[in-house]
Write a protein that binds this ligand. Structure first.
Ligand code: SAT
Ligand code: MN
Length: 597
């Protein structure tokens, strides 16, 4: 029971429908977290890690290991509002199906009521959600990735607004039955459903990641993108970093990248250029709106990192490793060493002679299957990150100077180019993406999985309306001269022999340096057909082994490849249907004209 009538009524309604054995309101305390973990350990679902006090390992069901895009729905009233990139089901039909599935689905389980704040508690940029879940694992993860419990209830008061997020693993227990393993439902009964008009989320059948931690992709991106459209702000799949130059001046940069482009690594980058410092504000999501001074301000709505473990090492992401080394972390689907530590492929230490793999089986370096699942995860508090910015929880957000977009493009796209203006930047965001395979570049030219602003699976409405919203933000900016500048970066360009041309990792700070210099008016650039490009000597290569010839290749504009790109963009736009913003057609026409000019 709370002071909030609407919340109480909803909890009562869900309790009657799902029929849990009991209802527990989460207060968010450490004691509560500890006792939930103990419960999970006693049930055999969690393993305390001897080598990492305060850390626990979970193994999911092998069928429940990642977001399930084909079971994720945008149930807007009208199909056309979901657009061509979302799965749509009529909301009434979906609710009927789900009400059937939810009936009695929490038998033998506890229903946890988890109030959470996306963004610092009480910030004018934050929003509240309430997750009702029958998974203690979810409660523990939410306590790390969001801010939960009593402080949130206080802000909610008796009539505050919240997004209702209903979650069940979809596995009721018979009297006396206990979980033998990670509970979840069959694939065909999993539903990750969004009701954008109602601002509600109903998730059923999965206990994993974004399917179950409903504050993240479901709320902070899919539902929030709809709220943002209606309220004139932006909910984006972007990291936020703070970069400080040797003069001590700080700039804030956001970045949108499709998966497998090193977004978390960039957010925590260790710069190689002397005197420059990078600090983290967020690694996955940015909520942005204009401040009183006319600049665009961003908050990280999350409080922790839910990062991919596989491939994370002191070399690829030193600061992420240090964050988990500080304890208080949950590991899911990684290997368990005999001395009680975690291990995964790419962790940077030799494989132990024996471990228990993510499926719970004996594993040796001779085993055919990997020790950790490719989408294994760590859940860890952002506050433990050694380079967390001291203002990462500023309730007013941080002012953004530059927006990066990127993808994995072995050809065509140069190391970095800057858009002519906001609208041209939106065009670049609309065409970003990654080439599908890493095979020879020639065969793949043009075969790009386009992923506008890395939001393809996360836009809660029609992709055309989403891109139009980006144009509207620019058009309605209180002071257009204060809009962030947009840059398309590509760390993944290869030469003809297939060799990477750019070393990446910490060296990416050299590109960031040019980006910042462009924002402060110092960076040298030339105007080209595709945008503003650094001159050959504009990117600081002091102490870096990249030749002039390689730099020229990294910055080369191959007109034939770009004309292919134009054709491929047009083909892609055609799949968006008749409501494609006219401005995008204008942009691609103008690009073609410049290339042919
Ligand atoms: O599982 S999550 O959606 O939270 C993570 C991801 O897929 O990026
Ligand atoms: Mn993400």
């Amino acid at each position: 029971m709370s002071a909030h009538k609407k919340l109480d009524a909803w909890v009562k309604e869900v309790t009657e429908l799902c029929q849990p054995d009991k209802v527990v309101w989460a207060n968010g305390s450490q004691e509560e977290y500890d006792s939930l973990m103990q419960l999970l350990v006693d049930a055999g679902l969690a393993t305390p890690l001897k080598k990492r006090p305060g850390c626990f390992l979970f193994r999911s069901d092998p069928s429940d290991v990642a977001r399930v895009e084909n079971r994720t729905y945008i149930a807007s009233k009208s199909e056309k509002d979901a657009g061509p990139t979302n799965n749509w089901i009529d909301p009434l039909e979906l609710k009927k199906t789900l009400t059937g599935l939810y009936t009695g689905c929490m038998k033998g389980r506890t229903l946890y009521v988890v109030p959470f704040s996306m963004g610092p508690v009480g910030s004018p940029l934050s929003k509240i959600g309430i997750e009702l879940t029958d998974s203690a694992y979810v409660v523990c993860n939410l306590r790390i990735t969001t801010r939960i419990g009593d402080p949130v209830m206080k802000v909610l008061g008796s009539d505050g607004e919240f997004v209702p997020c209903l979650h069940s693993v979809g596995k009721p227990l018979a009297p006396g039955e206990k979980d033998e393993k990670w509970p979840c439902a069959e694939m065909e009964n999993k539903y990750i459903s969004h009701f954008p008009e109602e601002r509600a989320i109903w998730s059923y059948g999965s206990g994993y990641g974004g399917n179950a931690l409903l504050g993240k992709k479901c709320f902070a991106l899919r539902i929030a993108s709809v709220q943002a459209r209606d309220e004139g702000w932006m909910a984006e799949h972007m990291l936020i970093l703070r970069i400080t130059n040797p003069k001590g001046e700080s700039y804030y940069v956001t970045g949108a990248f499709p998966s497998a482009c090193g977004k978390t690594n960039l957010a925590m980058l260790v710069p190689t250029i002397p005197g420059w410092k990078v600090e983290t504000v967020g690694d996955d999501i940015a909520w942005m709106r204009f401040g009183k001074d006319g600049r665009l301000y961003a908050i990280n709505p999350e409080a922790g990192f839910f990062g991919v473990a596989t491939g994370t090492s002191y070399e690829s992401n030193y600061n992420a490793m240090k964050t988990i080394d500080a304890g208080n972390s949950i590991f899911t689907n990684v290997g368990l060493t005999d001395d009680g530590d975690v291990w995964w492929e790419g962790i940077g230490t030799p494989a132990p002679a024996h471990l228990i793999d993510w499926k719970g089986n004996n594993w040796t370096p001779d085993s055919k299957d990997p020790a950790a699942h490719a989408n294994s995860r760590f859940t860890t508090p952002a506050s433990q990150c050694p380079v967390i910015a001291d203002d990462w929880e500023d309730p007013n957000g941080v002012p953004i100077s530059a927006i990066l977009i990127g993808g994995r493009r072995p050809s065509t796209i140069p190391l970095v180019h800057q858009s002519f203006d906001w609208n041209h930047g939106v065009f670049l965001g609309s065409i970003m993406g990654s080439e599908i395979t890493a095979a020879t570049i020639d065969a793949n030219i043009g075969k790009v999985r386009r992923d506008p602003f890395a939001m393809l699976p996360f836009i809660g409405y029609h992709v055309c309306d989403y891109l139009q919203h980006w144009f509207d933000i620019g058009a309605n900016a209180p002071d257009p001269s204060k809009l962030p500048k947009l840059f398309y970066v590509n760390w993944f360009r290869k030469d003809e022999s297939g060799k990477w041309l750019w070393p990446g990792y910490g060296e990416n700070s050299r590109v960031l340096k040019w980006v910042i210099e462009r924002c402060s008016g110092e960076g040298k650039a030339v105007t080209t057909e595709i945008g503003y490009m650094p001159t050959l000597d504009a990117i600081d290569r002091t102490g870096l082994d990249v030749s002039d010839a390689d730099m020229a290749e990294l910055l080369k504009i191959d007109k034939a490849q770009w004309l292919n790109e134009v054709a491929s963009i047009r083909e892609h736009y055609a799949t968006y249907g008749p409501t494609l913003p006219k401005e995008l057609t204008n942009q691609v026409d103008a690009l073609e004209k410049r290339l042919k000019g």
